[in-house]
Design a protein around this ligand. Structure first.
Ligand code: MRU
Length: 348
């Protein structure tokens, strides 16, 4: 069916309406719901950089819309050459989440095929399809992932992998939503996720909106909870997974995987195929974004450390595949992932 050029697509934090992009400002949550409207690629790239929008799939969707906005501005002069600088600026927004590059590659493929108003229509259609498709993938992933939760109890999650971070439902949080509605889990422990507090500000808010019992803990409480027998599984998302299953995700994920292995607790990674980067053989090759030390030495506008303290702020870390019990995608479950199983999964 042909989609109308100005058709609306809406999810919790991303709205495409009347050929404009609106983003829910995730820096202001949970106490304010401010929407910001965008109409060109440069401001969309800045929004990704500043974390107005964040989470690997949401970054990819937003970048695709950023390119569509630029094409709309160019109108009849939209073509491969005139869109080049927009593609380049969007590609520099953030380095780690491969979904950004995956979405731009999908858009670039379309640019090669046509130009002018026809190209504008094709790019806006593709961006909306990337947005809608992500929700469908998450629902499939959630159904596969829920089959892994065989023991009742509470699960532990890190960062925010929900509807705010995706086109809807969520990756790790999508599994948790589905498992809760199936009666498979008793509740969720959300690690606060220092320094940006995605767990405290976003995950606990999303779960409370859905009336899913959530308990917020400091990140350093994870080992204690596992030792007390309170965690039946750890479920996290991913920003990039290499060809052998090594997984880069929010800083602190690796600590959780080591702890989970020590305590014999399943450690599950949920991510769409668009998060797998089969061009990189192992996780050590994935670029880890370094963010400003101010995110650590301040809480909001308040300084919590000596002035000018030296602070090191990697946004992500790498969990080796050997520590991962299963990777769940929209195609199914890869138990105890390795390079051979990952290749077979991608070919299936
Ligand atoms: O820095 P962020 O908030 O963009 O980091 C997000 C994460 O690390 C998520 O776990 C990951 O992107 C998966 S989101 C479905």
């Amino acid at each position: 069916m042909t989609q109308s050029i100005d058709e609306t697509v809406d999810s919790l934090a991303i709205r495409w309406h009347s050929n404009r992009l609106s983003l829910l400002d995730q820096r202001a949550l949970p106490h304010a719901s401010d929407w910001i409207v965008y109409d060109d690629a440069a401001s969309v790239s800045q929004a990704i950089r500043d974390m107005v929008v964040r989470g690997a799939p949401a970054i990819g969707i937003t970048a695709a819309y950023g390119l569509a906005l630029e094409a709309i501005k160019l109108g009849h002069s939209a073509n491969a050459a005139s869109l080049r600088s927009a593609l380049d600026v969007l590609a520099t927004s953030r380095p780690t989440a491969v979904n950004l590059f995956w979405a731009l590659a999908r858009m670039e493929k379309i640019i090669g095929e046509q130009q002018g108003e026809q190209l504008v229509t094709a790019l806006t259609r593709e961006a909306r399809e990337i947005h809608r498709e992500d929700r469908r993938m998450n629902e499939k992933m959630a159904a596969f992932g829920a089959t892994l939760l065989t023991q009742n109890g509470s699960v532990y999650t890190h960062c925010n992998t929900g509807a705010l971070a995706t086109g809807g439902h969520g990756t790790a949080l999508g599994i948790i939503r589905t498992a809760w509605s199936n009666g498979q889990i008793d509740g969720v422990y959300a690690g606060e996720t220092r320094p940006w507090l995605q767990g405290a500000r976003l995950t606990s808010w999303e779960l409370m909106q859905d009336n899913i019992p959530v308990t917020l803990v400091v990140d350093s409480a994870a080992g204690h909870l596992m030792q007390q027998g309170k965690i039946s599984a750890v479920i996290v998302g991913a920003d990039r997974i290499s060809a052998n299953g090594d997984t880069v995700n929010k800083i602190g994920t690796y600590n959780l995987a080591v702890l989970a292995q020590h305590h014999g607790i399943p450690f599950i990674v949920a991510a769409p195929i668009s998060t797998i980067d089969s061009t990189l053989a192992s996780g050590g090759l994935i670029e880890i974004e370094q963010r400003n030390g101010n995110e650590i030495s301040r809480l909001g506008s308040q300084s919590i450390a000596p002035n000018n303290v030296n602070a090191y702020n990697p946004a992500f870390d790498m969990t080796p595949a050997a520590l991962i019990s299963a990777i769940v995608t929209e195609r199914g479950v890869i138990a105890e992932p390795n390079a051979v199983k990952m290749t077979a999964h991608l070919r299936a």
